[in-house]
Design a protein around this ligand. Structure first.
Ligand code: DI6
Ligand code: FE
Length: 405
């Protein structure tokens, strides 16, 4: 006997190789002990649904997708940067704002001041934006503490959010996000602190699932990232990288050499970087929210990534500086309008490829027997509608581990 069966709707299983969206029209999906126990055409069920499961959920023609996996966010931080947004619209440059104490350093100061509870409370409001649009797994990065105590406070807040909001959370340590003010005259000492002290301490208490870095002119060099990635892997943590967002420092190739789960942003990715990602199976994470908010002109090389067979994920990049966006459905729309993904590719980006970008593809991302029963039910007539509407309340039901939440 199954626990629950959903019937009377259609499935976008997102398993590759078959019909678009892995679609099963007039399908059914059943859950037992938190996992998917059966997926297929309702007509192929061996018995009437109420003889097969304790609970029968009628779907009224809704489409069921895997629960969304938002694989790149900076959801936990203190304060906000709305004033900076106003100043930029009034003509202030990024440098002027930074000199006036704004920019990423202002978020670091606000995050250091905030208590763990403050961080949880403000992030919970943003997380509600994600879950009301079908997110069942979210990755949350640290990187606004830049000292061990505050980085751990952020990672603990991220973990606590998962328990409160009924969502799976993956935590990523982003020590190389910016140079903290107290190290502004000694970059090498900070990089060493991250690699030799922070990563071992974080790994020892299991506070993070992966390590990320910001490889950029305004961030860290490929050499610095290489040093920190080696420490991460020695401590058993997989890596991912903010690469080629504003310039080309060949970060994607570096990430691929470290068998990174993902390389993210990639507007300035070149052909050698694409080949490296394809060879290592590293996922390309596209972040249209940051591209939009920064009014970028350089597009990520989507056609070439597609041709090379590199998996493309889509994520919100929710953060106070460059992507104050808490809507995965808006990310789908932007991935199509700005980056020219197909609606099917965009949806795969928030499900199957998002799961791959976190190394969770064996458990999440598609509707397949044995994976977690994480589902999103949508009031749409076709899965393309998920990329088409902006701001529409499309979610009908969210299911985490077989339970309606
Ligand atoms: N890339 C980004 O776009 C954000 N972080 C990163 O590594 C910016 C973060 C911020 O401005 O607060
Ligand atoms: Fe980011």
């Amino acid at each position: 006997m199954w626990d629950t069966i959903w019937t009377g709707g259609h499935l976008a299983t997102m398993t590759p190789g078959g019909k678009p969206y892995g679609a099963i029209e007039r399908g059914a999906v059943a859950a037992k002990d938190g996992k998917i126990a059966w997926v297929g055409f309702a007509a192929d069920l061996p018995k009437p649904a109420d003889e097969l499961a304790r609970k029968v959920r009628r779907c009224d023609g809704a489409w069921i997708t895997p629960g969304f996996v938002d694989c790149h966010t900076h959801l936990v931080f203190g304060g906000d940067r709305a004033r900076e947004f106003e100043m930029r619209l009034e003509g202030a440059s990024y440098e002027e704002i930074a000199r006036a104490g704004g920019g990423i350093v202002s978020t670091v100061a606000a995050t250091r001041r905030a208590s763990r509870e403050d961080l949880i409370e403000s992030a919970a409001r943003r997380l509600a934006g994600l879950t009301r649009e079908g997110v069942t797994t979210v990755e949350i990065k640290s990187g606004y503490g830049l000292d061990l105590e505050t980085e751990l406070k952020m990672l603990e807040a991220a973990g606590e959010l998962g328990a409160q909001a009924q969502v799976r959370v993956q935590r990523t340590f982003l020590g190389l996000h910016a140079l903290p003010p107290e190290f502004k005259d000694d970059r090498a000492a900070y990089v060493q602190l991250v690699a030799d002290v922070m990563i071992p301490a974080i790994a020892a208490v299991g506070a993070a699932d992966a390590v990320d870095a910001f490889c950029e002119g305004i961030g860290f060099t490929a050499e610095e990232v290489d040093y920190v990635f080696s420490a991460a892997r020695q401590n058993g943590l997989p890596v991912k990288l903010h690469a080629e967002q504003l310039s080309n420092l060949h970060g994607a190739a570096l990430a691929a050499r470290h068998l990174a789960l993902s390389a993210d942003h990639l507007e300035y990715l070149d052909d050698a970087g694409i080949a490296a990602l394809a060879a290592s199976g590293t996922v390309a994470v596209l972040l249209p929210g940051a591209f939009y908010f920064l009014r970028e002109k350089q597009l990520p090389p989507v056609e070439k990534l597609r041709a090379a067979g590199v998996g493309m994920a889509v994520a919100s990049d929710c953060n106070p500086g460059t992507s104050p966006m808490t809507s995965p459905l808006a990310a789908l729309n932007m991935a199509c309008t700005l980056f020219r993904l197909t609606p099917e590719e965009a949806l795969a980006g928030l499900t199957r490829e998002g799961a791959r970008a976190l190394g969770l593809q064996d458990d999440l991302g598609t509707l397949e027997v044995g994976k977690a029963a994480d589902l999103a039910l949508w009031n749409v007539r076709s899965p393309a509608e998920l990329s088409y509407w902006l701001g529409a309340p499309l979610l009908r039901e969210r299911v985490l581990g077989g339970r309606v939440v």
